[in-house]
Design a protein around this ligand. Structure first.
Ligand code: PBG
Length: 326
């Protein structure tokens, strides 16, 4: 054949493929989510998330040494509270000296250069397992936002660098910004969970926190997987309310949403590679049905290609090791 264009020429060796690669992964892109629980000397593997653990604070600090040495710049902490500490108003979330705030404090003291992202939502502390206050089977919006603001300020006081409201209440980004500013935390960033869908892919995370809703589902606040235009509208609001970064969650089944936000907004976009996405690859790899490492790297790269600047992923450590050895 007399072909003018032979695209295979640019694929003929590893060197040329590396040279023309349009997108790359870097350890700098990763945020590593970690689960913390009460007690001492505890490192408990989460059944549905092989390789991911709940740590007591002392063990968390040991693990963080490895995380930091791998070059990971940011961790996102989530607390697992025992059922008896939960109540309807998530009271534990703002109480000084309790698990989560103490964990933030100790991590910041031990690793001052490591960024700490926190979670703002009621579900880890809620006896209803919902992200907001429940009244007569409904989730109250404005009353919930008041609690979220207190939570955000408490976390900033404890040393959080980036506040991550994962609740999907309306208007919370603006209110949290104002609360942080009023408390003189103008430097503390907000990572808005902008397009968080009501997804079946959060199953293993709810195992990790024992935080499944006690009744109903989260569809009155988390988004309908059918929608993308609505994600752009949510992003418009969060941008105007002062979000520093915006997140799409889950990531792998929502690459179009990442792309839509990246094309429309000039702030960093984060992909949350959620627990179910992690579990799928791990399960298939354990069965020998696919090459777990290759599938992991391909999945993460797809998020970069879609436009993600940052990736929140349980694979952070593993992927960092692969990148280091390349
Ligand atoms: C809840 C929250 C969830 C996740 C992060 N924050 C679950 C939910 O909305 O029920 C899920 C993360 C994951 O699946 O990895 N505020």
């Amino acid at each position: 054949m007399e072909l003018t264009r032979r695209p295979r020429r640019n694929r003929k060796s590893a060197a040329i493929r590396a040279m023309v690669a349009e997108h790359t992964l870097s350890v700098n892109d990763f945020i590593f989510p970690m689960f913390v629980m009460e007690g001492e000397k505890i490192k408990q593997e989460i059944k549905s998330m092989p390789g991911i653990f709940r740590f007591s604070i002392d063990e968390l600090l040991i693990e963080l040494k490895e995380v930091a040495e791998l070059g990971i710049k940011c961790v996102c902490l989530f607390p697992n509270y025992p059922e008896e500490k939960k109540d309807h108003l998530a009271s534990e979330s703002t109480e000084e000296g309790t698990l989560y705030l103490e964990a933030i404090r100790q991590v910041k003291a031990a690793f001052p250069d490591l960024l700490i992202m926190t979670d703002v939502a009621m579900d880890p502390y809620s006896s209803d397992g919902h992200d907001g206050i429940v009244q007569d089977g409904k989730i109250l919006n404005d009353e919930t936002v008041e609690i979220l603001c207190d939570m955000a300020v408490a976390q900033a006081e404890a040393g959080a660098d980036i506040i991550g409201p994962s609740d999907m209440m309306d208007g919370r980004i603006g209110e949290i910004r104002e609360a942080l500013d009023d408390a003189d935390f103008t430097d503390v960033s907000i990572m808005a969970y902008t397009a968080k869908y009501a997804s079946a892919f959060y199953g293993p995370f709810r195992d990790a926190l024992d935080s499944a809703p006690k009744f109903g589902d989260k569809k009155t606040y988390q988004m309908d997987p059918a929608n993308v235009q609505e994600a752009v509208m949510e992003a418009d609001l969060d941008f105007d309310e002062g979000a520093d970064m915006m997140m799409v969650k889950p990531a792998f089944a929502y690459l179009d949403v990442i792309k839509a936000l990246k094309s429309n907004f000039d702030i960093p976009i984060t992909a949350y590679n959620v627990s179910g996405e992690y579990a799928m690859i791990k399960a298939a790899a354990q069965n020998g049905w696919l090459d777990g490492e290759k599938a992991m790297m391909e999945m993460l790269l797809s998020m970069k290609r879609a436009g993600a600047d940052v990736i929140l992923t349980y694979f952070a450590k593993e992927a960092a090791k692969v990148l280091r050895n390349q």
